[in-house]
Ligand binder design. Structure first.
Ligand SMILES: *[C@@H]1O[C@H](CO)[C@@H](O)[C@H](O)[C@H]1NC(C)=O
Ligand SMILES: *[C@@H]1O[C@H](CO)[C@@H](O)[C@H](O)[C@H]1NC(C)=O
Ligand SMILES: *[C@@H]1O[C@H](CO)[C@@H](O)[C@H](O)[C@H]1NC(C)=O
Ligand SMILES: *[C@@H]1O[C@H](CO)[C@@H](O)[C@H](O)[C@H]1NC(C)=O
Ligand SMILES: *[C@@H]1O[C@H](CO)[C@@H](O)[C@H](O)[C@H]1NC(C)=O
Ligand SMILES: *[C@@H]1O[C@H](CO)[C@@H](O)[C@H](O)[C@H]1NC(C)=O
Length: 457
């Protein structure tokens, strides 16, 4: 056995040596192969990159021929000294327990400045420039209100039942998208009513924050056909211009619409409840419903974001106006407002401005409990944090200042077929009815008694 053993030992050693040399060769080969592979990969990447940039060039050289391009202003880089466009509101706002009104919007002149004290809004300049109130429509949707006959009940004019108008800014594509896919869906709802949606935009102030914004909006408009863009700067104090231009657009391009909902993009709107509320209302009569603020007083403290000096508004109290989130009006009221607002001097706070127009035509806005914006817990995806009851939301019409995921969550919760709301919170409430509740408790609940309704920091 011994020789055998030594023999095998020898052959083993030989084999081992062979294996080591093999491995060396293999290693070398592997290294070479790796290098070659990497080189190839690099070449492919370079090629693809070039191909893509070529394609991109083709795309961008094509776009000026699209019908929207020539009207758009050139996309020029902004000098960085300009303050950022800051109309878009922060997504999460702290709530106030009181009924105080809060719009968490940074005045346009302050963003990006290191100083904590904000330079005041230039009211003199505003007054000087406020006669300049007609701006071009850069992107239009002339077909928006042409509803095909089959879609609408017979015997009525070819017009949508409801137009949803959402204030937005160019950079907020995600907010527009969630609205398009949830409560702002076009089409027809139960009872065969047709619904159309538009987004109201101005020219972004900080164009370097969104390069190619004009091209992007052009594509978005081609895709969704719901963008209205005007040639004024999209700032908080220019929201009044958005209001007047939208009303003019309704008067000229959507004159037969029956009802209009106008609101922000960061709200959840229960369109079904609004449609239910509108049953029995006549579109050719005056109607203006929302979260109405009564007897609000202008803020005279200079440090406030909502400071309005006496030379801009001398009156003691603001007229009643719809605050926060959104409101509903009839087509008739919208058409009357479009001419009334032409006669009212521009006022930098758009809600109050519309209140002045309403006062001019003598329409008393009615308050509705469904337009609630205070003390409402937000929805949460985490079940252990879930402090809210979807059935409670089901009874509301407009819920204010929600983030994109919250809107999405709310929509899905409320459209969950398993959602059962019988005997949930309020044992006395039967099937929910909003009809006929309009204008309830106007005086005692909504009277702000000369209080300042804008929260200040
Ligand atoms: C390169 O671009 C052309 C069109 O410009 C396309 O047909 C081709 O498939 C692309 N090749 C690769 C590898 O992407
Ligand atoms: C504009 O936006 C860019 C990109 O977000 C930012 O870097 C720049 O500071 C902004 N400009 C101003 C004036 O705020
Ligand atoms: C809605 O329209 C369809 C088809 O036109 C019709 O069958 C249905 O009865 C209508 N529903 C209502 C509530 O009018
Ligand atoms: C409103 O827009 C106009 C036109 O773009 C601009 O000149 C003006 O400064 C803006 N006003 C405010 C208050 O932002
Ligand atoms: C509204 O439209 C009517 C009819 O087209 C027109 O006569 C009127 O001047 C318009 N009003 C405004 C404010 O544009
Ligand atoms: C609702 O409550 C009533 C009495 O409290 C009960 O009779 C009924 O079965 C309940 N309905 C549901 C769906 O739970």
């Amino acid at each position: 056995k011994l020789p055998m053993h030594s023999c095998s030992n020898l052959s083993l050693q030989k084999m081992l040596r062979k294996m080591v040399t093999m491995r060396r060769i293999f290693h070398v080969k592997a290294d070479v192969m790796c290098t070659v592979l990497l080189l190839m990969l690099f070449c492919i990447l370079l090629y693809v990159h070039q191909n893509m940039s070529i394609q991109f060039n083709i795309l961008s050289s094509k776009s000026p021929s699209s019908h929207l391009e020539p009207q758009l202003p050139p996309c020029k880089p902004q000098p960085k000294s300009k303050p950022s466009q800051s109309k878009s509101k922060p997504q999460s706002k702290s709530r106030t327990k009181s009924k105080l009104r809060k719009k968490n919007v940074t005045p346009t002149k302050t963003a990006g400045k290191p100083l904590p004290t904000m330079p005041p809004f230039d009211f003199e300049r505003y007054l000087r420039e406020k006669d300049n109130r007609n701006f071009k429509l850069l992107i239009d949707q002339p077909e928006k209100c042409h509803v095909r006959e089959a879609e609408e009940e017979e015997g009525t004019k070819k017009a949508p039942y409801m137009l949803i108008a959402v204030k937005s800014v160019a950079a907020d594509f995600d907010k527009r998208q969630v609205v398009r896919r949830t409560w702002g869906k076009e089409g027809h709802f139960q009872n065969n009513v047709s619904i159309r949606t538009v987004f109201l935009l101005g020219v972004p102030r900080n164009q370097s924050a969104l390069p190619l914004w004009d091209r992007l909006l052009g594509y978005e408009s081609q895709t969704f056909r719901d963008i209205l863009l005007w040639d004024f700067e999209d700032t908080f104090f220019n929201l009044t211009l958005k209001e007047t231009h939208f009303l003019e657009w309704v008067n000229s391009s959507c004159p037969h619409v029956k009802f209009i909902f106008k609101g922000d993009a960061d709200v959840y709107v229960n369109i079904e409840n609004i449609l239910e509320m509108l049953q029995g209302q006549k579109p050719e009569e005056d109607l203006f419903v929302g979260d109405i603020i009564i007897h609000a007083k202008p803020i005279r403290r200079r440090t406030s974001k909502y400071f309005v000096p006496e030379f801009v508004y001398g009156g003691g109290l603001y007229p009643n106006y719809a605050g926060g989130g959104g409101f509903v009006m009839s087509g008739h009221t919208a058409r009357r407002l479009s001419s009334a607002c032409q006669q009212v001097e521009l006022f930098p706070i758009d809600d109050v401005f519309l209140g002045m127009c309403l006062q001019l035509i003598g329409v008393k806005p009615s308050r509705h409990q469904g337009f609630r914006t205070f003390g409402i817990p937000r929805p949460s995806a985490a079940p252990h944090l879930q402090t809210f009851d979807p059935c409670f939301y089901r009874e509301l019409m407009v819920v204010h200042s929600l983030s994109v995921p919250q809107i999405w969550l709310m929509w899905n919760l409320l459209h969950d077929p398993k959602l059962s709301c019988h005997n949930s919170t309020n044992p006395t409430s039967g099937p929910f009815r909003w009809r006929g509740r309009m204008g309830e408790a106007v005086e005692e609940e909504a009277d702000y008694g000369g209080k300042q309704v804008f929260v200040t920091h």
